[in-house]
Design a protein around this ligand. Structure first.
Ligand SMILES: Cc1ncc(COP(=O)(O)O)c(C=O)c1O
Length: 396
């Protein structure tokens, strides 16, 4: 057999897969395990959105659409971005793709030439690392430590820039950390990007899930010069519990949006016409469903953080957005539990699943080998039980 593509061969299967497969097997075997790996809201897609999809089918809105998406949806995106983020785009600057992840990928292929560097603050969402490589780029990891709230500092960014740097990825609020950059932090990062002419891939998919008195700020809203370098990525997956509908969007300077649309037109074309109709309804309809979901997440967030920080040996910061908590388990490294030595988050997660019957996501693949991620996109009942099990598990 001839050699397969080196780019494809270099793509790593998700490191979270091993835990996930074991979790699924244990569940299928009838074992009472609880999973905290969900990367999607545990709510149903709101009825009015589903009804819009049914209507689209009944009206035979079931054919190809323009590759960058239907005008109505591109306009709805512009309207939403203006209201929610105070940033103004024309529909011609908006590209609809099959999920925000797809938009990140097309943004990268549009920006990168082979060998271009992309600065990626760690902890990072696991897919970014592979997507950069798939697009021919080189990920340059910069560790944003817990002591700095897991956030990249302007100083760190400046130091990581080389003459090969093309872009930086800023995920705000962040998966896996739940951290939120404030306006001053974003502005400082944006200014450095302007100074060095570096693109910002701003993944703001969790922007509606921000808690307490914290306020989300879109980096593109800060100043025109920053906006000119920003490819804003967002979508309906997390805000409206629509992960299966596969609608994401990007808003970017027109020449970039055009190339992204060209790329789409020869690869996937536009996403499903029916999903696009549903997304219009999500963006234009009542936003009450988002508030309901957010307040439920908020209650869970407070509970889980309070419980974790009462348990000896583990700790976490209070996340300000998304629906994840990063639990620090560093003090357990090198210790023996249930006869096994814990060397890193992978060992911990494996043992916790086998002996504690709880599946969490080890953050080794997220650039954070001393942390595991709990998703609180699951019922309060599960969260309470999960915390009880953690307490019991750590007592040995
Ligand atoms: C940071 C981040 N960006 C993008 C996505 C993917 O969104 P979509 O389902 O719209 O592709 C996820 C999903 O987990 C995510 O966590």
């Amino acid at each position: 057999m001839k050699e397969l593509s080196r780019v494809a061969a270099d793509v790593q299967a998700s490191t979270t897969m091993a835990i996930d497969s074991l979790y699924k097997k244990m569940k299928a075997d009838g074992i009472d395990v609880i999973g905290f790996g969900a990367g999607e809201p545990d709510f149903n897609t709101p009825d009015h959105i589903k009804e819009a999809a049914v209507t689209a089918i009944q009206n035979n809105f079931t054919k190809y659409t323009p590759p960058a998406g239907i005008d109505k949806l591109r306009q709805a995106v512009c309207d939403r971005l203006l209201v929610d983020c105070g940033v103004s785009y024309k529909p011609s600057q908006v590209v609809i793709a099959s999920g925000a992840k797809h938009n990140v990928f097309i943004a990268l292929v549009t920006l990168l030439n082979p060998g271009d560097e992309v600065i990626l603050p760690a902890p990072y969402w696991v897919s970014y690392y592979e997507l950069i490589k798939m697009a021919g780029g080189v990920p340059v990891i910069v560790e944003a430590p817990e002591s700095c709230g897991f956030k990249l500092t302007p100083d760190q960014l400046a130091k990581a820039i080389t003459d090969k740097t093309k872009a930086v990825i800023i995920n705000n609020p962040s998966n896996p950390t739940g951290m939120l950059y404030d306006e001053a932090e974003l502005r400082a990062i944006g200014r450095i990007c302007v100074e060095h002419d570096i693109y910002i891939i701003a993944d703001e998919i969790y922007y509606r899930l921000v808690y307490g008195d914290k306020k989300f700020v879109s980096v593109a809203s800060l100043e025109e010069k920053i906006k000119e370098l920003t490819i804003l990525i967002n979508g309906v997956s997390k805000s409206y519990s629509m992960t299966g509908w596969r609608i994401g969007y990007a808003a970017a300077p027109e020449p970039i949006a055009k190339l992204m649309a060209n790329y789409l037109s020869h690869s996937t074309s536009a996403p499903s016409s029916i999903s696009q109709a549903a997304a219009v309804s999500a963006l234009e309809g009542s936003q009450d469903c988002v508030d309901t979901m957010r307040s439920e997440f908020d209650k869970r967030r407070k509970y889980i953080v309070e419980r974790i920080n009462r348990i000896d040996g583990v700790s976490c910061l209070m996340p300000e957005g998304a629906f994840y908590v990063m639990m620090n388990m560093e003090s357990l490294i090198g210790k023996t539990l249930y006869g096994d030595v814990i060397r890193d988050a992978d060992d911990f997660a494996n043992l916790f699943l086998r002996k504690g019957l709880v599946a969490v996501v080890p953050c080794t693949g997220f650039g954070a080998p001393k942390h595991v991620r709990w998703s609180y996109a699951t019922s309060m009942e599960n969260i309470k039980e999960g915390m009880d099990r953690l307490e019991k598990f750590l007592k040995g």
